[in-house]
Design a protein around this ligand. Structure first.
Ligand code: SAM
Ligand code: SF4
Ligand code: SF4
Length: 350
C-alpha cells in the first residue's frame, strides 16, 4: 500500500501492483498524461492548424514553455497521482530542442511504465536513434495518405510522404517495434487512401489506426459530412481482407482492435464521434505552457505552472483537486449542448 492512499484526494483503493489514483466526479482514475512539449508545428494540417488561420511563425516564446526541470516535476507529480502512461506530443514534438535529453530524464521516474511519442514523422529519420537510445518505448506516426498529392494537401502544403516513410524505416532500424500509424479519415478528401494504406502496412508488424475526424478546436471548419464512421471503414477493409475482432489490450484502450484473418497483423479504429468512450477516459492533457485540460474539448485550461516551483507535493495537491472536480464527457453529450469555446488540438496534442 502506498502512503498516498491516505491523501484526501485519493479515492481509488490501491494495492502494491496498481498505484493509487485520484478519481474524478464520475469515478474515473487518472492514468494517462499527454504532455505537449511545444505548441509550434512545421505542418499546417487543415483539420488541426489551418494555414489561413494560424500564422507561419505561431508559437510561444521559449520562456513561456515549460523547461525540462518543470516537466520532470510535473510528470513526477502525475505519476504520484496514478499516471502510468505518458505520451509526449505537440505541435510537432520533434521541433523541441534536445528532446532526447527530456526523454532520458523522464525515463528515470519510478512508476512510469510507458513513455510514447506522437509525431508527424517529417523529422523522424534524423532523430529516431537518439530517441530510442534515450529510452523512448513507443512511437506513433501520423500518416493520412500515401499519395504525395493528397498528403501534401493534408499537411497544408508542407509534407513529403517519402520523408515520413524514411522516418518510419529509421525508427524500425533503431529498434522501435509495433509502431502505430494514425490516419484521420475525411470523406471525399483521403478516404480513398484507406485501402492503399492497409495494403502497405499489412505484414509490416506496425499497427495502422483510422481515426474519425473530430470537431476539436474552433478553426478547422469541421463538418459532420466529412466524418467517416469506423464501422463503414471496417466493412470496406473486411470485404478485401477479412478481419476479426480482438480483445482490448487493457481497459480504456482508445482504439478498437481487429486482426487480419490471414495473420497479416492488426489494425485499429478510434471512433470518438460514433462511439464515444468518455466513461473510460483516464487522460489528462498539459499544454506546453503548463495548463491542464481535463478534456480534449475543454474551453479553458487550469494553470499548473505556477505551482511547479513549489515542488512535487504541491503539484500533487493542486492537480489532485482539479482532477477530483472533473466531470467532463463532451463526446457523450455532443449535440445535446451548445458547443462553446474549445481548445485547439495543436495546443494539447490529440
Ligand atoms: N504533430 C504531431 C502529429 O501530427 O502526429 C502530434 C500532434 S497532433 C495534434 C496529434 C494527432 O491529432 C495526430 O495524429 C493528428 O492527426 C490528430 N488530429 C489533429 N486534428 C484532428 C482532428 N480534427 N480530428 C482527429 N484527429 C486529429
Ligand atoms: Fe501539426 Fe500534428 Fe496538427 Fe498536423 S496534426 S498541424 S502535424 S500538430
Ligand atoms: Fe475524454 Fe473528453 Fe474525449 Fe470524453 S470527450 S473521451 S472526456 S477527452
Amino acid at each position: 500500500m502506498t502512503v498516498l492512499a491516505s491523501h484526501p484526494v485519493f479515492a481509488t483503493q490501491v494495492s502494491d501492483e496498481i498505484p493509487a489514483s485520484v478519481a474524478d466526479r464520475l469515478g474515473r482514475p487518472l492514468r494517462d498524461l499527454r504532455l505537449s512539449v511545444i505548441d509550434a508545428c512545421n505542418f499546417r494540417c487543415p483539420y488541426c492548424m489551418p494555414a489561413d488561420r494560424i500564422a507561419d511563425d505561431h508559437g510561444l516564446d521559449a520562456a513561456s514553455r515549460l523547461d525540462f526541470d518543470e516537466m520532470e516535476t510535473l510528470v513526477r507529480a502525475f505519476v504520484r497521482l496514478g499516471v502510468q502512461k505518458l505520451r509526449l506530443t505537440g505541435g510537432e514534438p520533434l521541433l523541441r530542442k534536445r528532446l532526447p535529453d527530456l526523454v532520458a530524464r523522464l525515463m528515470t521516474i519510478p512508476g512510469l511504465d510507458d513513455v510514447a511519442l506522437t509525431t508527424n514523422g517529417s523529422l523522424l529519420a534524423g532523430q529516431a536513434l537518439a530517441l530510442r537510445r534515450a529510452g523512448l518505448q513507443r512511437l506513433t506516426v501520423s500518416l493520412d495518405a500515401l499519395d504525395q498529392r493528397i498528403y501534401q494537401q493534408l499537411s497544408g502544403g508542407r509534407g513529403n510522404v517519402g520523408q515520413v516513410l524514411a522516418g518510419i524505416a529509421a525508427a524500425e532500424a533503431a529498434g522501435f517495434v509495433s509502431i502505430k500509424l494514425n490516419c484521420v479519415v475525411q470523406r471525399g478528401i483521403n478516404d480513398d487512401q484507406v485501402l492503399p494504406l492497409v495494403k502497405h502496412f499489412r505484414n509490416s508488424g506496425h499497427v495502422l489506426r483510422f481515426i474519425e475526424y473530430m470537431d476539436v478546436g474552433t478553426c478547422n471548419d469541421w463538418s459532420a459530412a466529412r466524418v467517416v464512421p469506423s464501422v463503414e471503414l471496417r466493412d470496406r477493409i473486411h470485404a478485401r481482407w477479412p478481419l476479426r475482432a480482438l480483445a482490448p489490450n487493457y481497459r480504456g484502450e482508445v482504439a478498437t482492435r481487429y486482426g487480419f484473418d490471414d495473420g497479416a497483423g492488426e489494425i485499429g479504429f478510434v471512433s470518438s464521434m460514433s462511439e464515444p468512450f468518455c466513461g473510460d477516459c483516464h487522460r489528462a492533457r498539459v499544454s506546453a505552457d503548463g495548463k491542464l485540460y481535463t478534456c480534449l474539448f475543454a474551453g479553458e485550461g487550469a494553470d499548473v505552472r505556477a505551482v511547479l516551483a513549489d515542488g512535487v507535493d504541491a503539484v500533487v495537491e493542486h492537480v489532485g483537486r482539479l482532477w477530483s472536480n472533473r466531470g467532463d464527457r463532451y463526446s457523450e453529450l455532443r449535440g445535446r449542448r451548445p458547443a462553446g469555446k474549445r481548445v485547439e488540438m495543436f495546443l494539447v496534442g490529440g
